[in-house]
Design a protein around this ligand. Structure first.
Ligand SMILES: NC(=O)c1ccc[n+]([C@@H]2O[C@H](COP(=O)([O-])OP(=O)(O)OC[C@H]3O[C@@H](n4cnc5c(N)ncnc54)[C@H](OP(=O)(O)O)[C@@H]3O)[C@@H](O)[C@H]2O)c1
Length: 343
């Protein structure tokens, strides 16, 4: 292992011993981990809070085998130690600042990350903004734009348009020449979706499928990024144009679709797919990172797209950050600050 400076042997990290409400989260002093082959140790300045963290804390989304069991899937910070090199993996330089997709453990002063999951820290971003990128950009990019970029004018319906995922998806669809439609549950959240470039639909006051039919002159959308699952399955199928694709990334409305007209899949040649980022292996995550670096990071650097930050909390207040996300009044991202220089 090579290090940039003398590292402490212990660090503060957010831990929980049993699943439950936000107040199960507490700070503990634990050993600073040492990077293995192909890994780097990052001194964390800021860490993103994501809905999957809430699910994990509740015991509903166990980490995959071998992953760090502590919370935190994205960080920004300084590389302070390198593990042994691994074939085919480029290690970031010691002392460089990166944002990274973590395999857990981001809510801490130090976090181990596979080197291939590090991305450059975009110029002019502070730590809070840099930490807000990995989880949503890896998820949206891999589900909507890989293996092929969406053709220009593709119509994309994004559920949860004001979420961390939604604000990223709307901006990426717009940046690549698509037409974005987004659902949100309040007038203010719809305003944000409109500001970001989507045609907004208040799913609490309108039937989104009827609204999509009107807005698209009955042509439907080509792709749907869905985080609701069962409760929306039939209406999602109804919204899709021939050869359309439904991509399910979460099941907030249940895993079972009680009633769905499957004939639509055949008659319109629809594709139904989905994925979870955390379960992908490191090689797959590294390929997404490479694609993002080449095709998306230039758009962050030139200001075409940006993360939308709602609120920050110090690391010690992770429980309050989780409560804020569960209250559901946020627009965009909630971030934990670990370092006083984060902003
Ligand atoms: N598969 C993956 O790899 C992956 C990775 C990351 C995240 N995710 C999932 O993506 C979703 C967003 O994550 P996040 O971290 O960005 O969380 P978040 O900011 O808390 O977003 C949750 C969103 O769900 C929306 N929502 C809830 N019920 C809805 C409904 N009936 N119709 C439309 N929207 C509804 C909420 O919208 P309103 O507030 O307007 O109701 C809110 O915007 C989560 O479900 C998360 O589990 C999946």
């Amino acid at each position: 292992m090579s290090t940039s400076s003398l590292l402490p042997s212990t660090m503060k990290a957010v831990c929980f011993t049993q699943a439950g409400a936000p107040d199960v989260l507490h700070l503990e002093t634990i050993q600073v981990p040492q990077p293995g082959r192909g890994e780097v140790l990052v001194r964390v300045m800021a860490a993103g809070v994501n809905r999957p963290d809430i699910m994990q804390r509740k015991g509903l989304y166990p980490p995959p085998p071998g992953a760090c069991p502590r919370l935190g899937l994205e960080i920004a910070g300084e590389v302070v130690a390198l593990g042994l090199p691994q074939d085919g993996v480029t290690m970031p330089a010691l002392g460089s600042r990166v944002c990274a997709l973590a395999n857990g453990g981001g809510y801490a002063e130090y976090c181990l990350v596979p080197a291939g999951q590090c991305l450059p820290w975009p110029a002019n971003f502070n730590a809070i903004e840099a930490a807000a990128l990995p989880e949503t950009f890896f998820t949206v990019w891999s589900n909507l734009f890989m293996p092929t970029i969406l053709p220009k004018d593709t119509r994309v319906l994004i559920h949860g348009g004001s979420s961390g995922i939604g604000t990223t998806a709307i901006q990426l669809v717009k940046a690549f020449g698509g037409k974005a439609f987004a659902t949100a549950g309040t007038a203010e959240k719809c305003d944000l979706c409109t500001e970001l470039g989507a045609q907004a639909i208040n799913y609490k006051t309108e039937d989104f499928a009827e609204r999509i039919a009107t807005l698209t002159k009955n042509e439907g959308v080509n792709v749907i990024l869905d985080m609701i699952g069962g409760a929306y399955f039939d209406r999602n199928l109804k919204c899709l144009a021939p050869d359309g694709r439904l991509v399910i990334i979460a099941l907030q409305g249940g895993a079972k679709a009680e009633q769905a007209n499957l004939a639509r899949i055949m008659t319109r040649r629809l594709t139904v797919t989905g994925s979870t980022l955390r379960a992908r292996d490191n090689g797959s995550k590294a390929r997404i990172a490479q694609d993002l670096a080449a095709k998306v990071w230039p758009l962050l650097a030139n200001g075409t797209i940006r993360p939308f930050i709602h609120q920050t909390f110090p690391l010690a207040q992770a429980a309050a950050a989780h409560q804020a996300m569960e209250d559901g009044k946020h627009f965009g991202k909630i971030i934990l600050t670990v370092d006083s220089l984060a902003a």
